[in-house]
Design a protein around this ligand. Structure first.
Ligand SMILES: [Zn+2]
Length: 214
């Protein structure tokens, strides 16, 4: 029997939203128009200190079988783990057709200064506003490294450590799907960066669906 959609909403362009997904439910992060990055943070819904650790999950994926799926150009990623000392499986990637995602920093105040746009809205603002509803502040977030879904970023393709940001390859309706392996609080940022190529210079909305088996 196929899963049915129990929640379906839009995260408007350049904004953030936090919400809970229960263990066993699936989360779909969907392109409304395409070529838009969605920054994703995950927390244990019952202990916000237990947070998704992007680098750690990417590192672990090196040791996992390739059929768990690929994420980004350098990491495969099928399983998302929380930071030490917890190291629990938080979510499993169950559909990852696009496969372009970046485990790394979201855009911040400093990013915008470097992009010659001081004061421009960043993912930090989106996450701060979204998480306020749950009593969390940016000071409570252990790292700005997140799962940047649909980000077409390559590292060191020339062998010199350089980072290249290209427009996403994702189109309207493309999605990444996760199954929650614990009750999680999810924070999504519809990245507000129209300064770099990361969103193809136009900010767009992101659609969210939560699905449940009957
Ligand atoms: Zn951003």
């Amino acid at each position: 029997m196929s899963a049915s959609v129990i929640s379906d909403f839009i995260v408007p362009k350049s904004s953030g939203k936090a919400f809970k997904v229960n263990k066993g439910q699936s989360l779909r992060v969907i392109e409304c128009e395409g070529k838009q990055v969605a920054g994703l943070m995950f927390f244990n819904a019952h202990n916000f200190k237990e947070q998704f650790m992007a680098e750690f999950s990417g590192g672990l994926s090196y040791f996992q079988p390739p059929d768990l799926g690929r994420i980004g150009s350098h990491y495969r990623l099928g399983e998302l783990y929380s930071k030490v000392p917890y190291e629990n499986l938080m979510l499993r990637v169950t559909d990852n057709k696009i496969g372009d995602h970046f485990l790394g920093t979201h855009c911040t105040k400093k990013t915008m200064e470097i992009l010659q746009a001081p004061g421009h809205r960043s993912c930090s603002d989106n996450f701060a506003e979204a998480l306020r509803e749950y009593g969390l502040q940016l000071e409570d977030i252990y790292s700005p490294s997140v799962l940047n879904a649909f980000a077409n970023i390559t590292i060191d393709q020339k062998g010199d450590g350089s980072i290249q940001v290209k427009p996403p390859r994702s189109e309207r309706g493309d999605y990444i799907e996760f199954q929650a392996e614990m009750d999680v609080l999810v924070a999504v940022s519809a990245c507000p960066d129209d300064q770099s190529a990361i969103n193809d210079h136009v900010c767009k909305a992101i659609k969210i669906q939560i699905l449940e088996e009957p």
